[in-house]
Design a protein around this ligand. Structure first.
Ligand code: SF4
Ligand code: SF4
Ligand code: SF4
Length: 178
């Protein structure tokens, strides 16, 4: 069987920079990535961050550039990817620098919405950002505190309903009702 020779579909970095970026949903870059245009300019697609990641969540995405696949696991924020990125496409300015501006979002397919008790996400969240609120006459539903969520992704793969995804913090309501 003729194996599909890897067709040269790898778009050039220049191609990305010249407009393809507008057409492509931005990939979730590794933590501490510089802004997308600078990232595409600096990243040489050497795979060293991918090889360095101990949890295996970094994968080749469009054009061979690395991105995060949380269905494979979580980010421990070890920064090994940053250490191995020689062209400085990943830069951790200091110990306080945020790795990214994303938080988890629990969708409507959560089992609790159908009356099935499940607390897997709450049990796997290392930041205790997911609490369960009892419902009168129903099972407890998860509630995510976006101010506590680090975007580590630990809740995503274990969710049996695939109900959890990441969203940009830019999409969060600005309300702060406390
Ligand atoms: S910080 Fe560590 S766990 Fe997270 S993507 Fe980088 S190498 Fe992987
Ligand atoms: S793990 Fe998934 S299905 Fe279970 S409570 Fe959390 S969001 Fe709902
Ligand atoms: S992304 Fe990480 S910190 Fe945020 S809710 Fe999921 S497990 Fe908790």
């Amino acid at each position: 069987m003729a194996s599909s020779s890897t067709s040269p579909v790898v778009p050039s970095r220049r191609g990305f920079l010249r407009g393809r970026v507008r057409d492509v949903k931005p990939a979730r870059r590794p933590p501490w990535a510089v802004n997308e245009l600078a990232f595409l300019d600096r990243c040489t697609r050497c795979d060293r961050c991918i090889d360095a990641c101990p949890t295996g969540i970094l994968v080749r995405m469009d054009g061979g550039f690395p991105g995060v696949d949380f269905t494979r696991g979580e980010c421990t924020f070890c920064a090994d990817c940053v250490t191995h990125c020689e062209p400085r496409a990943l830069v951790r300015a200091d110990a306080q620098a945020l790795p990214w501006a994303i938080v988890a979002e629990i969708g409507a397919s959560c089992l609790a919405t159908t009356g099935v008790e499940c607390r897997v996400c709450g049990e796997t969240c290392p930041a205790s950002a997911i609490r369960f609120r009892p419902q009168l006459g129903g099972v407890a539903r998860p509630q995510l505190d976006a101010t506590q969520c680090t975007g580590c992704g630990a809740c995503i793969a274990p969710c049996p309903a695939r109900a959890i995804a990441m969203q940009s913090t830019d999409n969060l309501p600005t309300e702060r009702e406390t």
